[in-house]
Each structure stands twice: as C-alpha cells, then as structure tokens.
Design a protein around this ligand. Sequence first.
Ligand code: NAP
Length: 307
Amino acid sequence: MTTWRPRQLAQQTGRTFVITGANSGIGLEASRDLVERGAHVVMAVRDVEKGEQARATLSGPGRASVVHLDLTDLDTVQTFAKTVSTEHSGLAALVCNAGVMGGPYLLTVQGFERQMATNHLGHAALVTALWPLLHSVGGRVVVVSSIAARRGRLSATTTRDELVEPGSAYDGKQVYSNTKQANLLFSQELHRRASAAGSPVSSVAVHPGVSATNLFTRQLAEAGSVLAPVSKVLTKVALQSASAGALPTLRALDHSTPSGAFLGPARFGQLRGRPELLDVYASGKDPAVAARLWELTADVLGYPLPV
Ligand SMILES: NC(=O)c1ccc[n+]([C@@H]2O[C@H](COP(=O)([O-])OP(=O)(O)OC[C@H]3O[C@@H](n4cnc5c(N)ncnc54)[C@H](OP(=O)(O)O)[C@@H]3O)[C@@H](O)[C@H]2O)c1
C-alpha cells in the first residue's frame, strides 16, 4: 500500500475545477482545500443560497463561484454546462460528487428514479456536456462512489426499467448500492474508452469510507427516524470527519494517480483511514456490465456518451 499525504498535492493556481454538491460534506471540504491551493472552484449546487453560504466559509488565495445545477433536472445540466463553457476554456477536473441516499420512491422532472438520476444519470449527462472543456486541457473526471457499490446488483442483462423506473419493485437501499456500483462502472468504462480513443481525459473513482456529512442526517429525516435530530452529533462522534472523507477525492486529483485508479480508505473494512490505491470491487470490474450500463445510459439520455 502507498501512503499518500495531502501535502503531495501541488498548488493549483490557475486551474479550474467543477465540483457537484460543493455546498456540503465532502464536496465542501474538497472545495476548501482546492481554494486554499489557489484553484478556481465552480461550486455546482442545487440551492444557490446554501451554495453562497458555503462559499463564504472558504478562503483564498484561490476563489470559488456558485452556479446552479440540479442533477434531477437534465435541462439544468445543459444550462449549467453552457454557463461554465461561456466562462471557462478548460477544466482541470470535474468532480462528480453530489449524491442522495435512500428516501422514498420519487421520480425526477424527466420521469427517472431519483437516486439513480442524481448519483449516476445526471453526472453522465454532465460529463458529456463538459467533455470539450475537459478534452481541451487533458482534464480528469473524478467520480465519488462508495463501499456500498460492493452490494450493487446491476448486470449485463439489466433493463432500462430496472435502471431508471423500478416502480413497485423499489428497494431504496438496494438502489443506492446500484447507483454507487454505476459510479464505479462508469468511471472504469470512461477510462477504457478514453484510453482506447487516445483521449487526453483521464478517469478516477474514489470511495470516502464512512464520513460525518449530511448524507445520513437527510436519510434519517426522510425516513422520519427518531434519531434524525441527534444524528449530526452521533455521526460526528462515530465516523471520520468530512475533511478525512475528502482526502480520496484530493488524491484522485494528484497527477501521480493514474487513470483507471480506484482510491479510498483501506482500513477497518474500508470504513476509515488515509486514501489508498484499491482493487476495483468485483461489482465494478466486469467490462460487459459496464458496457451495458454505458449503452442504457445513452439510451435513457437520448444521445451518445462522449467516447
Ligand atoms: N458520507 C459518507 O460516508 C459517504 C460514504 C460513501 C459515499 N459517499 C458519497 O459522497 C458523496 C458526497 O456526499 P456527502 O457524504 O458529502 O453528503 P452531503 O453532505 O449530503 O452532500 C451531498 C451533496 O449533494 C448535493 N445534491 C443532492 N442532490 C442533488 C441534486 N439533485 N443536484 C445537485 N446536487 C445535489 C447536496 O445538496 P443539498 O445540500 O442541497 O442537499 C449536497 O451538496 C455522495 O455521492 C455520496 O454518495 C458518502
């Protein structure tokens, strides 16, 4: 195992990053670090007011800007990409970080299951829309997956309905695992396709262990759990910090991390610790499953993915 320390990540002056879900948890902590290293971070958030409040907690020498993006509405993905493309000519990296876990069966504006739409579909659309900016400077796509990906059940025969409209068969916990498996499969397939096409864009996946963020608090609140009001305190005591959870993302941005890598804590059942280079989980490894996901995703979006 290789031990990596945050000081190994270079200064990022003059480089631009897009981070989805940058107002909270891991996305906010990654933004904080990058702004401290001189970067310009475009904070892609669904609630601009919350985004501005989060931005106010960051301090330079770099800077951050807040731009609206709701991954559950594919139209806003296009609007977001147009705004960013007008203001920037290249992206050092796009960090696909935003996510939701569990909750009731809800459909998005375009009629897709909310967790898969937020965690995978919206990000696939965003990668496609921002591809020219990534391509122009040899940028990197970082996808935030999870140890839950190990329980994902997407296969080479998964249907379109199973992916985005599971209906009465809905199992929120299983779907979350499937979305995180999709993140890993997507990252691996992107790496394979970009390499085969000779594209300068690289692709890395991470998992953040289990970290104290709003992810669990929101899940408990949506389930009406009696633990919801105290969950913030409980998670802070029991779990590693959000800034520790952001370290795999930061290591993914280090030039020493190769395309195709998967990073995350390796200790205590991968729940916590410093980011290490890991073997890709069996659920995220099979090229036939990844190809099926790629094909279904393009079909659902209605246009081809970038490579
Ligand atoms: N925390 C962990 O232990 C853990 C473990 C494994 C994987 N992860 C992954 O880490 C990533 C970051 O989560 P986190 O733990 O930092 O949780 P978090 O604090 O809840 O942050 C999630 C972020 O995603 C945003 N988001 C949710 N739905 C969105 C949408 N439709 N459009 C745009 N943004 C949206 C949230 O915005 P709002 O604030 O407006 O809701 C928030 O900024 C997720 O992909 C999660 O699956 C986390």
